[in-house]
Design a protein around this ligand. Structure first.
Ligand SMILES: NC(=O)c1ccc[n+]([C@@H]2O[C@H](COP(=O)([O-])OP(=O)(O)OC[C@H]3O[C@@H](n4cnc5c(N)ncnc54)[C@H](O)[C@@H]3O)[C@@H](O)[C@H]2O)c1
Length: 251
């Protein structure tokens, strides 16, 4: 799909990978709406990029319904949904000093990373399904964001990895479910990227982690993630697939 003139929603677009994607898609002529829980940051990113900011908590159904409605009024019903909103709560399953990991570590991450992604996909896809057909063969594209942790998770990431493995698991059945409506679904599984989230999880500069990356020996850049999201939108044969983007980093 040529993204020029297309209405695009990018969740978590106020920061990190989502902000990098909002920048590239805006440069390519897409009509981008950033959906983020943090409205102030979303507005400042949107001002810089010349796109729209909409407050949205992806975990809350009502908030997603309202935000999709708002995006529709601003840019037209979104045909491309890019799900970058996510949180990462680290901690080991049980430790001598700390006892069992709090159950909330899992439930909070399920709410945002899994339910949040599913909310945007199901509500957004239902709206795309009802749009007039575009010329050509496809009607919409969904790009979900997992993590290599969902494939080979490191220490302290059991709960996060479980939510990301679930996003990976949704990819093929969702692509099959939506195929009859010309909507493709693909998932990016990033390695370590230079973002505020990675800096807080790694407690330092993501680039300092680069020794473990075979090549290139640095953290990924949001622009490189954005370029993969754009390729997924532009290449009609990419469907039902999970793509690692990690410089050959393995857990
Ligand atoms: N940065 C990495 O190294 C890396 C690696 C693998 C996967 N990921 C995944 O990529 C995605 C983006 O991460 P990032 O590194 O850009 O993080 P980030 O913290 O820079 O950006 C995440 C954004 O999501 C927003 N957000 C959080 N909860 C939300 C909610 N409930 N509703 C709406 N918005 C919400 C935050 O406000 C923030 O703006 C996440 O899903 C993350 O798990 C990141």
């Amino acid at each position: 799909m040529d993204v020029n003139g297309i209405s695009v929603v990018i969740t978590g677009g106020a920061s990190g990978l989502g902000a990098g994607t909002a920048k590239l898609f805006s440069e390519k002529g897409a009509k981008v709406a950033i959906f983020d829980r943090n409205l102030e940051l979303a507005q400042s990113t949107a001002r810089e990029l010349g796109c729209a900011a909409v407050q949205c908590d992806v975990a809350a159904e009502e908030s997603v319904i309202e935000a999709l409605q708002q995006a529709g009024e601003i840019n037209g019903t979104p045909r491309i949904l890019i799900n970058c909103a996510g949180i990462d709560i680290t901690g080991r399953t049980a430790t001598r000093g700390g006892g069992p990991q709090p159950r909330d570590a899992l439930t909070q991450q399920i709410a945002v990373n899994l339910t949040g992604t599913f909310n945007i996909c199901r509500l957004g896809a239902d709206a795309i399904r009802q749009l007039d057909s575009l010329e050509g063969e496809e009607q919409g594209v969904i790009v979900n964001v997992a993590s290599i942790a969902g494939l080979d998770g490191p220490f302290g990431q059991t709960a996060y990895a479980a939510t990301k493995a679930a996003v990976i698991g949704m990819t093929l059945p969702m692509a099959r479910d939506l195929s009859g409506y010309g909507i493709r679904v693909a998932t990016i599984a990033p390695g370590v990227f230079n973002t505020p989230l990675a800096a807080s999880v790694l407690r330092g500069e993501p680039d300092d982690y680069a020794g473990s990356v075979p090549f290139p020996k640095r953290a990924g850049r949001p622009a490189e993630f954005a370029s993969m999201a754009l390729e997924i939108c532009q290449n009609p044969m990419l469907n039902g697939e999970v793509i690692r983007l990690d410089g050959a980093l393995r857990g």
